[in-house]
Structures are given as structure tokens and as C-alpha cells.
Write a protein that binds this ligand. Structure first.
Ligand code: GLU
Length: 499
């Protein structure tokens, strides 16, 4: 048997550092067994998936030096490797399950399902579909279909017994079938959900080991049952612990940058990131922690992965990155610097921005320094001099942070829309608000044009800089944040902020 593993990102946002970790472990495992590793794009969620996100994910994983044997960009014998191009396969398999009584069409309305859930919650039960449509007669179904009532396809779940599962790192796991919901397999638009597409693809792509994040453990009973329904051999499963912040909370962009693009932009080397992520997969003593990808591959040991949760520690990353940078031979160091600097943006565009504000050529350094910096030193006194009350400033920063994440394509037009909508929603003059954003983003209220700068800096750096100033103001309590969210949801928006 040839070992085949895969990473299967959904292109619904920035390339996440957790995806890099999962990809790395899958790659190392396949390599250790002389097998193959592939990349599949899981874009069944048509509303949230974007081509831009897919491009960024591929680019970020390539930048890290991770290579796949098959994938949407390199092709391969089991393609297409993008789920949106495999719809017919999923429909055919859903139909097969319906014919065999292992799935059924469900015509329940959202109102009925909401009422059912509310009732179950009130009775202290876990909300779950009650099987209402499972036993409709063929005549009743024909009638509903003739009336054009929309339907989804749900999988049948045994009413009794337990599902026995095995995970390489976690051993045996048991779940009573009555705890498992009758999962939707095909949505009313005819497109599959992740569960159906994932199982069908893993089978046809001949995946032998599914190594993924622990957030998928609750889905495992449904996946195993689908393999059984289709009469297929299930792969082996390994659910990796999620990356954590040093305080052991889940790594999330609200606390720390999670986008690989941010790390690239901040001047971390791909080698350092692979080094830090790879350390979670090897058993090493104190001291010897600087490893290349090859050295990690030689030491890779799946069972070394601790279930306690790997801590993605930025301080350790800084320390490791410093070692990597200082150890580089001079010519390599120079080429790394050149590659990084060109990633900051094209020189002609940077100079074009500076030219609009320049008096002497020697102003250039001061005008453009913020493009080449990480976290800025913000002068709190300058903030106090701004015309905004601290409360309004905090609100503006928080509103902008929310909107920044809602923007699809990060362009200067989108940035302008976000900032104008923010000022309007907070009820302050745009002129006053924009000073605050200048300070946060460029470190000074007089700087080169803001919207262009923010586009060039990228969403992640901007998010981090706004969050930094929000913290200088003392941050926003959970309670306050929730109150603002409600207030904002109730207020009519001047215009939609997404692209
Ligand atoms: N598309 C899923 C994700 O984004 C993949 C889960 C899996 O590996 O089965 O995490």
C-alpha cells in the first residue's frame, strides 16, 4: 500500500498558520513512508470561498517550501483537485445513498427547524434533527417535489448502539449514535456539504491517512458511517491538537496574527516557521532546536506529537528567527533582504507616495520607514492631542477592526469605504477619525496617503497596528464589545462594506 496523505484547506480567508502545520505533518508523514502528499481545495461553501483566498493559500504554502505531488496547480491522476469541479461525483453518490435508504430528502422549513431546536434546548437537550422527513411515503415525497418545495439530503443515523472509532494519537473513542445528528449531505442548492465531498474525495483520491485538526473529531462518526454505507475501506485517522497561544487559548487572530502572510511581511524566514512548527513533531532535548526541513524529516515521529497542544510562541519564533538570520552566509542574507523588501511593494509606487509629501530627498527615510517596520512606537501624547475622545477613538478602532475582516478584496477603495463607514457609525468627523488611523498605521498624523499605504501594508499588518493602539487605550472589555456589536447591528449602515 502506498501511503497517501492530503491537506484540504477551504479557501475562505487568509492562509492560516494552522493550515501550514497540518500540511507539514501530512507531508512529513508521507515522506517518512515513501508515499505521496496532495493538496485539495475544499470550496463547497460557495458563498465564502474565493479565488483570491485559494491563490493566497497556495502561494503561502509554496513560500514555506511545502511541496505537494498532486494538486490544483500541479495536476495529477486523481483530479480535479478543487471540489467545485467535482459536483457530479457527489450528486451521484448522494443519489446512491437515497436509493439504498441510507439518506433521505428532508423538506423541513427553517421555521420548523428553529422551533424544534428551541424546544429541545428548553428541555435541556442537545439540538438535533428529529427524523421528521425520514419516513415520508413515496407519495408524500412526490407531492412535495411536484409542489417545488426545496429539500436537502440528510444521512440516516442508527437510532441505537455506539460508534467505535480509532485515532492513532488518541486510541479508541466511542460515541453513542443517539448523540449524532442526521447530517445534511447535500444543501438545497444541490451542492454537497463538506462531509459528503470530503469522504467521497478521500476515497477516490486513495487517501490512506487522514491527518487533520482535532476540531473534526465530532464529525468522525458521520464520516466512518459514510464509508460503511458506501462499502469502502476507511482511511486511518489522526486528529492533531490545535496550535495554542502561550496562555493555552486557541490560536486566533483576535489575539495574535494567524495569517502566514503576516509572518512573511514581518520578516520571518520560511525556514524559521517550518523549524518552529516542525519542533512539535520531533522529540528533542533543550538546546538543539535549530533544524532545517531535512533535519526535521529525519527526526519526524508522529507519536512525539503531544496531545497537550503545541504552543505557538512568538517570543520563541523571534529567538529562532534571529538565529536563522544571523547564521545566514552574507550573500544569502542579502538575497533574503532583497526578496523581503520587494514584498513590501514596488519601489515606484512607494516613491510615488512619498513624492506627494516630500520637501527634501532626505525626508524619504522618515516618510517611508513605517513600511519597513513591524510594531510601531506610538506616542500616546499624540493620541491625546487628536480631537477624538478616547471612547470614540476606541470605538472607531474596534469598528474598523471588525470591518477589515469583512472585506473580501483588500484594495485602497475597500479601505476607504471601511474608514468612512467607521467615522459615520461612530458619529465623528471623518477628518478627526482619519488622524487616528494615520497615527496607528503610519505612526504619525502627517504621512503619505493613507488608503494606498494600507493597501500596500496588507490587511494583517493593518489589523495588528490598529489592535496595538486599541490596547494602548486600554482595550475593549468583552461586555463593551458586545454592547457595541448590538448597537452597530441595529444602526442602518451607510453602505455595505464588503466588495
Ligand atoms: N476543509 C477542511 C478544513 O478546512 C478539511 C478538514 C479535513 O481535513 O478533513 O479544515
Amino acid at each position: 500500500m502506498t501511503v497517501r496523505t492530503r491537506v484540504a484547506p477551504s479557501p475562505t480567508g487568509d492562509p492560516h498558520i494552522g493550515t501550514a502545520y497540518i500540511a507539514l505533518v501530512n507531508l512529513l508523514f508521507a515522506r517518512a513512508h515513501g508515499g505521496q502528499f496532495l493538496l485539495r481545495i475544499e470550496d463547497t461553501d460557495r458563498a465564502r470561498s474565493t479565488a483570491a483566498s485559494e491563490r493566497m493559500i497556495l502561494k503561502a504554502l509554496h513560500w514555506l517550501g511545502l511541496q505537494w505531488d498532486e494538486g490544483p496547480d500541479v495536476g495529477g491522476p486523481h483530479g480535479p483537485y478543487r471540489q467545485s469541479e467535482r459536483s457530479a461525483l457527489y450528486s451521484e453518490h448522494a443519489e446512491r445513498l437515497i436509493q439504498e435508504g441510507k439518506a433521505f430528502r428532508c423538506y423541513c422549513t427553517t421555521e420548523r427547524l428553529d422551533a424544534l431546536r428551541a424546544e429541545q434546548r428548553a428541555a435541556g437537550m442537545k439540538p438535533k434533527y428529529d427524523g421528521f422527513c425520514q419516513h415520508l411515503t413515496p407519495e408524500e415525497r412526490a407531492e412535495k417535489d411536484a409542489e417545488g418545495i426545496p429539500s436537502v439530503v440528510r444521512m440516516a443515523i442508527p437510532e441505537e448502539g455506539v460508534c467505535r472509532m480509532h485515532d492513532r494519537l488518541r486510541g479508541d473513542i466511542e460515541v453513542a449514535w443517539k448523540e449524532v445528528d442526521m447530517q445534511i449531505l447535500v444543501k438545497s442548492d444541490g451542492l454537497p456539504t463538506y462531509h459528503l465531498a470530503n469522504v467521497v474525495d478521500d476515497h477516490f483520491m486513495e487517501i490512506t491517512h487522514v491527518i487533520r485538526g482535532e476540531e473534526w473529531i465530532p464529525s468522525l462518526p458521520k464520516h466512518l458511517l459514510l464509508y460503511e454505507y458506501f462499502g469502502w475501506q476507511a482511511p486511518e485517522f489522526v486528529h492533531l491538537p490545535l496550535l495554542r497561544n502561550p496562555d493555552r487559548s486557541k490560536l486566533s487572530k483576535r489575539k495574535n496574527p494567524t495569517s502566514i502572510l503576516w509572518y512573511e511581511r514581518m520578516g520571518y524566514l520560511p525556514e524559521t516557521l517550518i523549524n518552529l512548527l516542525g519542533l512539535f513533531t520531533v522529540s528533542v532535548g533543550e538546546g538543539d532546536e535549530k533544524f532545517t526541513m531535512e533535519e526535521i524529516a529525519e527526526r519526524f515521529d508522529l507519536s512525539a506529537i503531544s496531545l497537550g497542544g503545541p504552543v505557538f510562541d512568538l517570543q520563541k519564533l523571534d529567538w529562532l528567527n534571529g538565529r536563522w538570520l544571523r547564521d545566514l552566509p552574507a550573500p544569502e542574507f542579502q538575497s533574503k533582504v532583497a526578496a523581503w523588501a520587494s514584498g513590501v511593494g514596488p519601489a515606484d509606487r512607494l516613491l510615488g507616495l512619498a513624492q506627494t509629501r516630500i520637501e527634501r530627498l532626505s525626508d524619504l527615510g522618515g516618510l517611508l520607514a513605517f513600511f519597513f517596520q513591524g510594531r510601531l512606537d506610538i506616542d500616546l501624547a499624540a493620541l491625546e492631542a487628536s480631537k477624538l475622545e478616547p471612547e470614540s477613538a476606541k470605538k472607531a478602532l474596534q469598528f474598523a477592526l471588525w470591518d477589515i475582516d469583512a472585506v473580501d478584496e483588500w484594495t485602497k477603495e475597500a479601505v476607504e469605504r471601511v474608514l468612512r463607514a467607521t467615522a459615520e457609525d461612530v458619529g465623528v468627523k471623518f477628518r478627526d477619525c482619519v488622524r487616528l488611523f494615520y497615527l496607528a498605521i503610519a505612526g504619525s498624523a502627517q504621512s503619505v496617503p493613507l488608503f494606498d499605504s494600507m493597501e500596500m501594508l496588507g490587511r494583517d499588518i493593518c489589523r495588528e497596528r490598529l489592535r496595538h493602539v486599541l490596547e494602548l487605550y486600554g482595550g475593549v472589555s468583552k461586555k463593551q464589545g458586545e454592547a457595541w456589536r448590538k448597537e452597530r447591528a441595529a444602526a442602518p449602515r451607510p453602505e455595505a462594506v464588503t466588495d
